[in-house]
Design a protein around this ligand. Structure first.
Ligand SMILES: C[S@@+](CC[C@H](N)C(=O)[O-])C[C@H]1O[C@@H](n2cnc3c(N)ncnc32)[C@H](O)[C@@H]1O
Length: 216
């Protein structure tokens, strides 16, 4: 995990919206739900407010989990710094993955993360992902090109912010391939807009994917 998430990043307000109607279509109230990369428990708390009773969040940042315990006492938020997570295979009916791939820029790290979610979500369960696609405005295009010139070994769309953060914007087809390669089938995809951590507005992409049943 980047140290940003123990310092500046841990003071920010996260923004990607949870679409309640979309969630309710795929996830019943008695589902066991994992909020992966839960930060300070923003969405874990929303799930409980919506009446989901079996919800827990995990995040590698001690600062995030401490903030979550202060802001939402009573939620089950735990710090987990390494994979595999200490849960049995198929322990969850659903998981949220909100703007976590966007802060884990390496292909191999992203793949390990989604592979772990494929282990944890039971066949037929769902993953609800929200992240940031490549933006097509001039400010972002310039930022991507400058980042490629400075660090050509990083995936296109990866860039640093002046406050020390490292982020990646994705081609939607790359997100779909990452999910398909780890045994998920995308059932729904939509785009919207959201505020960024740095006071701008970006497009977001949300995908709901179902964990495939084992072959045979
Ligand atoms: C932009 S925040 C989003 C938090 C939360 N999902 C939300 O939407 O409110 C990104 C979170 O990912 C966490 N994170 C960073 N590296 C991670 C990793 N390798 N695995 C899981 N979470 C990670 C950070 O600590 C941070 O809490």
């Amino acid at each position: 995990m980047h140290t940003y998430w123990e310092t500046t990043g841990a003071t920010m307000a996260f923004t990607h919206p949870l679409d309640h109607a979309l969630l309710e279509r795929y996830v019943p109230r008695d589902a066991r739900i994992l909020d992966y990369g839960c930060g300070y428990g923003r969405l874990t708390a929303q799930l409980e407010e919506l009446g989901y009773r079996d919800v827990q969040g995990v995040d590698p940042s001690a600062a995030m989990i401490e903030r979550g315990a202060r802001e939402h006492p009573g939620l089950t938020l735990t710090r987990q710094t390494a994979l595999p997570l200490p849960f049995a295979a198929g322990s969850f009916d659903a998981a949220l993955l909100f703007v976590v791939l966007g802060v884990v820029p390496g292909d191999a790290d992203q793949n390990a993360l989604v592979c772990e979610l494929a282990r944890l979500i039971r066949p037929g369960g769902v993953l609800y992902l929200s992240d940031v696609p490549l933006q097509d405005d001039e400010r972002h295009s310039r930022r991507y090109e400058e980042a490629v010139a400075a660090a050509p070994y990083r995936a296109y769309g990866t860039f640093s912010t002046p406050d020390g953060g490292l982020f990646r914007h994705h081609r939607p087809e790359q997100l779909r391939a990452l999910l398909a390669g780890n045994g998920f089938t995308v059932e729904e995809e939509r785009t919207g807009t959201t505020a960024t951590l740095h006071g701008h507005t970006t497009r977001n992409v949300q995908l709901v994917a179902r964990r495939d049943a084992p072959a045979g």
